[in-house]
Ligand binder design. Structure first.
Ligand code: ACO
Length: 377
């Protein structure tokens, strides 16, 4: 029997990303994540994942010109969002709106490469607008139209917060999106590929992925990090004492450890640097100071115990998102925005070389039972 949870099982060949957990390396289509985070933008990474190469200036301009008009939500979808329960989980709102988009697309069932590429861009452009519109409506505010000329990240922050973010904040959002765009055969990507493997449509596959990302064991860890930071902050407890108590009572410290990375998560390193800049600028270093204290205690404790447990990307994304004015219950929805290019790039791969994904299971129930008349059971 394969390992429970399919750990170690290879289900596809992919040109999209590779993770070397032992040394803490992540590449997208040949490029190191650190290099991409420092020297490219989210739009360039979308292009890379969908085309296998980075764009030149002209290609990037054409790409952005194609994408920009697609930020606008159609009135029917906006109307639906207005009618969602105000206390709905934002991930349920995104999942429902993305699913609905499929009903308005006359070519929804077309899985030709050109059509899948078109939908990849459309869904990537629409998702931030859905998240921002839902957040504004539930807070009694009018959803905003996208502002021409802004970057993908800048436009999202504008549509969410109602004001243009400065360069540091736009760039921080942009890098956070780059860092989360793709990550191998994670659970939500696998779910998308399983759905596509039945030759179902892109909207259905992405809806499966969003539903899978929603689970706290996948997309929700940074929410737990923020809960932890707030708990320590509000209790006034010494972080060292808090961490040591948590460890001695067998708890896991949120934002540390990773199933794949047994060295520092390279995404955490980049985010830590950005966190420094954005929080210094905001004049609010409380969360970063606290995070650094926790990191130092964890480093000591894990070294003493001989465990390879390091901060993961969620450890810093929690405080970065909070500083960007993103509410805690939107964190997973922001992850969905960032992962859309990765999911859709996997769909492109799945459709062109498809085989139904249908694992087996070991039957461990009884056999040879006979149905007795119902009056005798
Ligand atoms: N805090 C304290 N101890 C930890 C932590 C942690 N965060 N993570 C792992 N350990 C310990 C384990 O208890 C285990 O100890 P043991 O050998 O004495 O039993 C040892 O380190 C090895 O870890 P595993 O449990 O084998 O690691 P696994 O691969 O099963 O778990 C996981 C990875 C689920 C991410 C875990 O580290 C965890 O729960 N972390 C906290 C939640 C979190 O931050 N999740 C985000 C992951 S990143 C992402 O999804 C983008």
């Amino acid at each position: 029997m394969a390992a429970k949870g399919l750990e170690g099982v290879v289900v596809a060949q992919s040109r999209l990303s590779d993770i070397n957990g032992e040394v803490g390396e992540l590449i997208y289509a040949g490029y190191d994540i650190d290099d991409l985070a420092r020297n490219s933008t989210f739009e360039e990474v979308c292009y890379l994942l969908w085309n296998g190469e980075l764009p030149n200036q002209q290609q990037l301009e054409e790409f952005r010109a194609q994408m920009e008009p697609q930020y606008v939500l159609r009135p029917e979808v906006l109307e639906m969002i207005r009618n969602y329960p105000k206390d709905a989980d934002p991930m349920a709102a995104v999942r429902t709106a993305v699913s609905a988009l499929g009903m308005f697309d006359a070519d929804a069932d077309d899985i030709s490469p050109e059509s899948v590429r078109r939908k990849a861009m459309f869904l990537t452009a629409q998702t931030p607008s859905i998240v921002a519109a839902f957040d504004r409506v539930r807070n009694g505010k009018e959803p905003l139209q996208p502002k021409p000329g802004l970057s993908f990240a800048g436009n999202f922050l504008y549509m969410l917060n109602g004001e243009e973010a400065n360069d540091t904040r736009c760039r921080t959002m942009d890098v956070a999106l780059v860092l989360h765009a793709e990550h191998g055969m994670n659970a939500s990507t696998f779910a998308a590929r399983v759905t596509a493997g039945t030759l179902s449509d892109v909207y259905s596959a992405v809806t499966s992925a969003i539903g899978t990302l929603k689970g706290p064991s996948h997309g929700g860890a940074n929410v737990e990090v923020m809960n932890m930071l707030r708990e320590i902050d509000e209790s006034g407890q010494d972080p060292q004492e808090w961490v040591q108590n948590a460890l001695s009572s067998g708890k896991k410290v949120m934002g540390f450890g990773h199933r794949v990375y047994k060295a520092t998560d390279p995404r955490a390193t980049v985010l830590r640097e950005l966190a420094d800049k954005i929080m210094a600028e905001a004049g609010e270093t409380r969360w970063l100071d606290l995070s650094d204290r926790i990191r130092a205690v964890m480093a000591e404790e894990m070294e003493r115990k001989g465990k390879k447990i390091y901060p993961n990307v969620d450890f810093f994304s929690a405080s970065v998102y909070t500083t960007l004015g993103i509410g805690m219950d939107l964190f997973t929805a922001v992850f969905a925005i960032a992962r859309m290019p990765g999911w859709t790039a996997h769909l492109m791969e799945q459709y062109v070389d498809n085989r139904l994904i249908r694992p087996g299971s070991d039957y461990i129930g009884p056999r040879d039972l006979k149905v007795r008349p119902i009056s005798e059971r």
